[in-house]
Design a protein around this ligand. Structure first.
Ligand code: GLC
Length: 440
């Protein structure tokens, strides 16, 4: 039996719809930035910032030996933190390949003292823990000899290097071949995070000359080949042409993002401390409580949160990351059902609160703790039962009489449609208290 092109297209769009539903169900993932820059331990853009020549950067290749690499431990931590998928760097802008690529380069894990593949063991370990696997792949490549030097390149001020003739078509071929390797060698890849296009880019206030985009990458062709190889995949929006989801980076959108006026599929990517790669001397880690509020805020706006860790060059997560993940896990183990499979609600939350909703359960997340009462407009008569989510203790509800005026010891009415919850004076000792409201 032959299937028509139309049948194929229908299958592909059914697969895509499934993938979108799965991504929304998961809500929380782990981003991993790992590469030679982990040895420099001062951010993955260090080569750009320090204008490091290839010969000097080579020392990281020669000494990269992650002898404590234990991807099962990473997967364990991610799963315990309530993360449902991982996106791992296969190559960052520095050009170092974390797998043994068949393409012509001496800049892969095969050339390090470690010598063996890192992408496969990561993918297998996370899948074994029930997590989905996604890949990050840099479009930018500061090592490839045919990648034309531009205003972001580490050799941007090197006159001799700038005088070299470089052919982006040759780099493009390398890029496409490597993406094919990644999508054929590592099982089902659910998300692909390309990074990034910058045709008219302003970097730290200065326009970047020689910026690159869809034409340089051959984005249309690349995307078509990605979809052919993995029809169920979701691709991000950084190829310079529209993708499947958008990727706000290191900021929380004030409103749910839209594309052409329609609510967009989106994933915020966030760091613990502002750096993606391991940054030894960084002291700006966000608290687990803040990261959890960011996760709740994201889900309340129908998005996903991809939270990054930057392993060390020995292959461990640093202690701050480990403790952060554990603290997140302590909250997620009791509050996961307000996150996974949950999304925005039609009600407007009171100040300093967020709603998420899953089926007929509405979750009120309290970012600040009010005294004794929280008023929920529009919910009078709508709620059958209310309880704290962490311990399933009942939260009493009442509708304050609508016409009452305030008196010495009694509050004024709140209007007929407002439901009031009675809170204990002491805030529950959890990162974000959540009240689960069973809607009628
Ligand atoms: C970027 C950066 C980067 C990081 C990333 C994550 O634009 O260049 O270092 O990998 O996006 O979203």
């Amino acid at each position: 039996m032959t299937t028509s092109i139309q049948d194929d297209a229908q299958n592909d769009s059914a697969l895509r719809a499934q993938a979108v539903a799965r991504m929304r169900e998961r809500r929380f993932g782990m981003f991993i930035h790992w590469g030679l820059y982990s040895a420099g331990a001062r951010n993955e853009w260090m080569r750009h910032r320090e204008r490091t020549p290839d010969a000097e950067y080579q020392r990281y290749l020669e000494h990269f030996e992650p002898d404590l690499f234990d991807p099962a431990e990473w997967a364990d931590l991610a799963a315990a933190a309530g993360m449902k998928y991982v996106v791992v760097t296969t190559k960052h802008h520095e050009g170092f390949c974390l797998w043994e690529t068949g393409q012509d380069t001496d800049f892969s894990v095969a050339s390090t003292p470690w010598r063996r593949d890192l992408v496969g063991p990561i993918a297998e370990s996370f899948r074994a823990h029930g997590l989905g696997v996604g890949l990050y792949h840099s479009l930018i490549d500061w090592h490839h000899p045919q990648f034309p030097i531009d205003g972001l390149h580490p050799l941007r001020d090197d006159a001799a290097a700038r005088a070299e003739v470089r052919d982006v078509a040759e780099y493009r071929q390398y890029l496409h071949a490597q993406v094919t390797e990644l999508l054929t060698g590592y099982g089902p890849v659910e998300q692909l995070f390309f990074d990034f296009s910058y045709p008219e880019h302003i970097h730290e206030g200065t326009p970047v000359w020689g910026g690159k985009g869809a034409r340089d990458w051959g984005s249309e062709e690349l995307l078509a080949s990605v979809r052919r190889l993995q029809p169920g995949i979701l691709v991000n929006d950084r190829l310079g042409i529209p993708g499947d989801y958008i990727t706000p980076e290191q900021y929380q959108p004030a409103e749910p993002p839209t594309l052409d006026g329609v609510p967009a599929l989106w994933e915020a990517c966030q760091t613990i401390n502002g750096s993606w790669g391991y940054d030894r001397d960084n002291t700006t880690a966000k608290s687990p409580d803040l990261l959890l509020r960011m996760l709740v805020d994201t889900v309340a706006k129908d998005g996903n949160l991809l939270l990054n860790v930057g392993p060390t060059a020995r292959g461990e997560l640093d202690p701050v990351a480990v403790e952060t993940l554990r603290a997140i896990g302590r909250w997620m183990s009791r509050h996961g059902r307000a996150i996974h499979g949950a999304g925005p609600a039609a009600y407007t939350p009171p100040p300093d609160c967020r709603y998420t909703q899953r089926g007929n359960r509405l979750y009120l997340h309290l970012f600040a703790w009010p005294f004794e009462a929280v008023h929920l407009p529009g919910l009078a008569g709508q709620v059958e039962y209310a309880q704290f989510l962490h311990d399933a203790s009942e939260v009493p509800m009442e509708v304050l009489s609508t016409d009452a005026e305030s008196h010495m010891t009694s509050a004024a009415g709140t209007g007929g449609d407002t439901l009031t919850l009675e809170l204990p004076v002491r805030r529950p000792d959890v990162a974000v208290p959540v009240i689960e409201l069973f809607l009628r």
